[in-house]
Design a protein around this ligand. Structure first.
Ligand code: FAD
Ligand code: SF4
Ligand code: SF4
Length: 367
């Protein structure tokens, strides 16, 4: 954490610059920062010159090598995907879970298994849709509650605000599912010198993410197409489809992704992480195979848990072909390159990469 920075610096360097990811890490830790839908605001200056809010934020300085050491005990050798132990394809064995899930149901199946076997006693997840299409973070204690969290909403959600709330209830042994900016903030919380709810998180499942949408504009746009309360699932088929599909009780509605891109959050253009590089386990889609996931195991704790889940028959796995692995690395590297280019365009200074502190090897590859 940078010494001597507080909420006014957060306002100046992050919020007023359009760099807030709406992760929620700064929400519910003090009375002066609030979130409404996906809009986070400092409602009054607190006057402190050093704050958790600044330290936890995924858009304040982050030294990738230092965070690698903190999470993995060593620095990365793969500069596309970050540290990992194995990568394969996976699918929930339970067909009912697969049916409700976004793709192969691996996230839902693993969380269910973790709760039922006592690996964790609570889980901070995101219920993708309310009647106004806004994702809502929830604290789940029973595996039966997982059903309502299946599926993806591509609107950003302040998921970590719920984690901060859970700490006030003295919750420990927590599992968390989040997108890369949320996982990054969580790891900054865990690495910080401050007392934080993140210390109780024992299992981190990160989702892949290329971008997320701002609520206001996208909701208005959807209202022009359909009653948003009828939407059951949103899908973005892999390229070159370039479409978004809304599944509703009255049938599917398709439109070009070009119509949606204007609602992508500005901060996503400077995001350096596609695959939740600091998670224990990362999960995404498999291009062209709808009911399977890509599964990246990153930490020894993640590996122990996945080995146990495989043995218990919770997930099926099979090798990820080299061509698919190549595409994944290429997509992740492209996102990093785009982020570094967008940051350089903003600062007009090669030595000022805003929040990113890159190793010499990463600078060589992406700068
Ligand atoms: C904003 C966003 C962008 C994504 N972009 C990509 C991408 O570019 N490429 C890719 O391969 N995959 C992407 N994903 C991940 C993908 O949509 C699936 O979540 C992932 O493959 C897991 O599939 P599953 O069948 O195991 O999920 P499920 O078993 O259905 O579980 C889905 C999980 O997602 C969580 N969730 C839903 N909405 C949100 C949200 N708004 N914020 C945080 N968590 C949420 C739920 O809590 C649930 O635990 C994205 C997900 C999100 C939320
Ligand atoms: S901590 Fe998260 S919610 Fe708060 S300002 Fe930073 S990105 Fe936004
Ligand atoms: S692209 Fe990055 S900043 Fe944007 S929502 Fe995804 S993880 Fe967060």
């Amino acid at each position: 954490m940078e010494a001597g920075k507080g909420s006014s610096d957060l306002e100046q360097e992050v919020l007023s610059q359009g760099l807030c990811t709406s992760c929620g890490a700064c929400v519910n830790i003090c009375p002066y920062i609030k979130v409404v839908k996906d809009k986070v605001a400092v409602i009054e200056p607190c006057g402190l010159t050093e704050g958790k809010c600044y330290g936890f934020c995924p858009r304040t300085p982050i030294d990738i090598a230092a965070l690698d050491r903190s999470v993995f005990g060593k620095t990365r050798s793969d500069y596309s995907l970050g540290p990992y132990i194995s990568i394969e394809m996976a699918q929930a064995k339970d067909s009912e879970i697969r049916c409700r899930a976004q793709y192969g149901g691996v996230v839902s199946a693993l969380m269910k298994y973790a709760l039922e076997t006592g690996e964790i006693s609570n889980a901070v997840l995101t219920k993708p849709f309310d009647s106004a299409m806004m994702p809502k973070s929830v604290l789940v204690e029973e595996s039966s509650q997982l059903q309502e969290c299946a599926g993806s909403n591509y609107i950003a959600s302040a998921t970590l605000a719920k984690l901060n709330e859970a700490a006030k209830q003295n919750k420990v042994s927590i599992g968390l599912v989040g997108i890369p900016c949320q996982v990054l903030a969580l790891r900054k919380m865990q690495a910080s010198k401050h007392e934080t709810s993140a210390r109780g998180v024992k299992l981190v499942i990160g989702l892949f993410c290329t971008w997320a949408l701002s609520y206001k504009g996208f909701y208005e746009f959807l209202k022009g197409k359909v009653d948003p309360s009828l939407i059951k699932r949103i899908d973005i088929p892999p390229p070159p489809a370039n479409i978004m599909v809304l599944e509703t009780a009255a049938g599917d509605i398709r439109f070009s992704l070009d119509e949606v891109r204007k609602f992508i959050k500005l901060t996503c253009s400077v995001c350096y992480d596609m695959t939740s590089e600091f998670a224990d386990i990362s999960v995404g889609m498999v291009e062209g195979i709808e009911d399977w996931n890509t599964l990246i195991v990153r930490t020894p704790a993640g590996k122990r848990f996945i080995d146990k889940a495989k043995k218990a028959g919770v997930i099926n796995t099979r090798p990820l072909e080299q061509t698919r692995l190549g595409h994944l690395k290429e997509a992740s590297s492209l996102k990093k390159k785009r982020a570094v280019d967008a940051i350089r365009k903003r600062t007009n200074d090669k030595s000022n990469l805003l929040y990113l502190r890159l190793s010499a090897q990463e600078k060589k590859k992406y700068l």
